[in-house]
Design a protein around this ligand. Structure first.
Ligand code: FES
Length: 147
């Protein structure tokens, strides 16, 4: 049901932890499943993300997507990091089962929340970045099915 890449990032998640004094930090949850993701970014004076770390209290797909998301944003500028959408993360993981797609939204929104925090702290505007939500459930197109 899960790709090898998803299993690899779930079993050996990259960049787990915190960054002390991060340039930006953002926390996003999904009230429907109760999962929470926190993303920390270290951004240099040129607006390049030097390091990304995460803590996820959530399902395996949420752990795998946050792990992959940290790898994808590292080395990118804050504007380029907006290209790391949940779709991009899923593609990099060779897909997710449909019922787990919403978990990847958590990763996208956690990045946005951390970038938003960075922008607010520095009094700048990141083109294309919208104010993130704290509960991703508000953004989901389709409701999560109950099991
Ligand atoms: Fe909640 Fe995956 S089930 S993020």
């Amino acid at each position: 049901m899960y790709s090898e890449k998803v299993m690899d990032h779930f079993n050996n998640p990259r960049n787990v932890g915190e960054i002390e004094n991060p340039s930006g930090v953002g926390t996003v949850g999904n009230a429907k499943c109760g999962d929470i993701m926190r993303m920390y970014l270290d951004i240099d004076e040129n607006g390049v993300i030097k390091e990304a770390k995460f803590k996820t209290f959530g399902c395996g797909a949420a752990v795998a997507t946050s792990s992959m998301a940290t790898e994808l944003v590292a080395g990118k500028t804050v504007t380029e990091a907006l290209e790391v959408t949940n779709k991009a993360v899923m593609e990099a993981l060779d897909g997710l089962p449909p019922v787990k797609v919403h978990c990847s939204l958590l990763a996208e929104e956690a990045i946005h929340a951390a970038l938003w925090d960075y922008a607010v702290k520095n009094g700048i505007e990141i083109e294309g970045l919208e104010k993130p939500v704290t509960d991703i459930g508000e953004k989901e197109e389709a409701p999560v099915e109950e099991y």
